[in-house]
Design a protein around this ligand. Structure first.
Ligand code: 13P
Ligand code: 13P
Ligand code: MG
Ligand code: MG
Ligand code: MG
Ligand code: MG
Length: 361
C-alpha cells in the first residue's frame, strides 16, 4: 500500500517574541502525537524559528480528515501551554475556532504527498521561517529545470525528459501545469512573480510526485495581520529525481524573498543548521533548514541536518552581506515591501491626518 508523508506546521506562540519555540511546546506536541500514534506509522517534531513542524508518515492519504484533525488538536494542545506561559502570539496561526475537516485555510501550513516507497527513499524536508511560500519558486526551478544546477537533467537518462510543474495563481484561485524544458520561458513569466504565482508541486513526466510545497491559495484567511506563512516543502531525491546535493545546491547562493521584520521586508533566505534556526536580528533574516530522512518501511530515519555542512558557510556569509546592504535602506523600498504587499500599514491613518494638507499642485 502507499505511504503518505505529511508535514503540517503552525506558529502557536513564540519564545522570545517571534524567535523560537519553547521546549515545553515541543514536549507537548510529541506527547500528543505519541498518545495518538495508532493513526501514524512514525512521526518527528521539529521547530524552525517560532514554527512547530509535525512530520508524520501514515497510510491515510493526503488531505485525510483524521490526520488533519490530529495536527489541529496537537496545535490546540500546544496553544494551551503557550497561553499558560504567556508566550508571544499564543495560538497565532490557528485562525478558526472549530476544525472543519481540512487544515488548509485554517492557518497552519501543510505539504503532503502519497507515494510508493522505493527500494531506497531519501527525502529532504525544507522548512523556512520569516518568509512565504513564493520563496520556494526559485530553488524549485533550479532543482528541476536548470541544468547549471542539476547536472542530472543532462547526464541521467531517467531525468532527461524533464518534469511537470503545478503552479497556483494565489489571487485567482486557479492552477496550471507547465512542462520543463519546453515551457520554461512561460513558466518563468509566472513564477518570477513569487508573491502571486507559486509552485505547488513537481511531478515526473510519468505523473509521479517528486516535490510539494505548503503553498495555499488562501493566504489572506484572517483578514488581519498574522505574519507570513513560513513555508515548508518536501523533495524526494535520487534515482531519477534530483540527487540530494542537487536539491540542496540552489540554497548555496541566497536569493531574495519577502518576509523578515513584520513580514514586510525583502531579505536574503539564509540556509542554516537546525541549531541556527533562531532568527533574532531584525526578527530574521529569513532562514531555511533542510532535514534529511531515509524512509524505511514508513519509519523516518533522521533527521540529518543537511545545511550543517561547512560548505554552506559561504552562503551564510553572503546572505549576511546582502542583509547588511538591504538593512541600510531602513524604511525605503526595495527593502521595505511595496505598499500593496505590506502585512499592515499606517497609510490610511496618515492619509486621513493630511487629508486637508494635500492640495492640487
Ligand atoms: P554515489 O556513487 O556516492 O552513490 O553517488 C551518486 C550520486 O548520485 C551523487 O550525486
Ligand atoms: P512569524 O510569522 O514568524 O510569526 O513572524 C511575524 C513577524 O512579524 C516577525 O517580525
Ligand atoms: Mg510568530
Ligand atoms: Mg514563524
Ligand atoms: Mg508566521
Ligand atoms: Mg553511494
Amino acid at each position: 500500500s502507499k505511504l503518505t508523508l505529511s508535514v503540517i506546521k503552525a506558529d502557536v506562540g513564540g519564545f522570545v517574541g517571534h524567535s523560537s519555540v519553547h521546549q515545553k511546546l515541543l514536549d507537548r506536541a510529541r506527547e500528543y502525537l505519541d498518545a495518538n500514534k495508532e493513526l501514524l506509522i512514525d512521526f518527528n517534531v521539529l521547530s524552525v524559528g517560532d514554527d512547530i513542524q509535525l512530520i508524520m508518515t501514515h497510510e491515510k492519504g493526503v488531505d485525510s480528515d483524521a490526520i488533519h484533525q490530529l495536527a489541529w488538536d496537537t496545535f490546540k494542545s500546544c496553544t494551551e501551554v503557550a497561553k499558560e506561559l504567556k508566550l508571544y502570539g499564543a495560538g497565532q496561526d490557528l485562525l478558526k475556532d472549530t476544525f472543519s475537516g481540512n487544515i488548509k485555510g485554517m492557518g497552519p501550513g501543510a505539504a503532503e504527498m502519497e507515494f510508493e516507497e522505493r527500494a531506497s527513499e531519501p527525502v529532504l524536508i525544507f522548512m523556512a521561517d520569516k518568509t512565504e511560500p513564493g520563496a520556494w519558486n526559485l530553488p524549485l526551478y533550479k532543482m528541476f529545470a536548470d541544468p547549471f544546477n542539476t547536472i542530472g537533467l543532462v547526464i541521467d537518462p531517467k531525468m532527461h525528459k524533464g518534469f511537470v510543474f503545478e503552479v497556483l495563481d494565489l489571487k485567482e484561485h486557479k492552477k496550471v501545469y507547465l512542462n520543463s524544458p519546453e515551457d520554461i520561458y512561460d513558466l518563468l513569466v509566472f513564477i518570477g512573480s513569487h508573491g502571486r504565482y507559486c509552485i505547488k508541486s513537481v511531478y515526473t513526466r510519468d505523473g509521479e510526485i517528486v516535490a510539494v510545497s505548503s503553498t495555499q491559495t488562501m493566504n489572506y484567511i484572517a483578514g488581519r495581520y498574522v505574519g507570513k506563512d513560513d513555508p515548508v516543502m518536501i523533495v524526494r531525491t535520487q534515482n531519477g529525481f534530483p540527487a540530494v546535493g542537487e536539491a540542496l545546491e540552489p540554497f548555496a547562493n541566497p536569493h531574495i524573498v519577502a518576509g523578515w521584520m513584520r513580514g514586510s521586508h525583502n531579505a536574503p533566505l539564509i540556509p542554516v543548521s537546525i541549531k541556527q534556526a533562531m532568527p533574532t536580528r531584525f526578527d530574521g533574516p529569513p532562514r531555511v533548514v533542510a532535514a534529511g530522512y531515509q524512509i524505511c518501511n514508513g519509519k523516518l530515519l533522521g533527521p540529518q541536518d543537511m545545511f550543517g555542512d561547512m560548505a554552506f558557510d559561504r552562503a551564510r556569509q553572503k546572505g549576511l552581506e546582502i542583509a547588511d546592504i538591504l538593512r541600510q535602506l531602513g524604511p525605503f523600498e526595495p527593502h521595505r515591501l511595496p505598499l500593496d504587499e505590506l502585512e499592515y500599514t499606517s497609510m490610511p491613518m496618515v492619509l486621513e491626518k493630511f487629508e486637508k494638507g494635500f492640495i492640487e499642485e
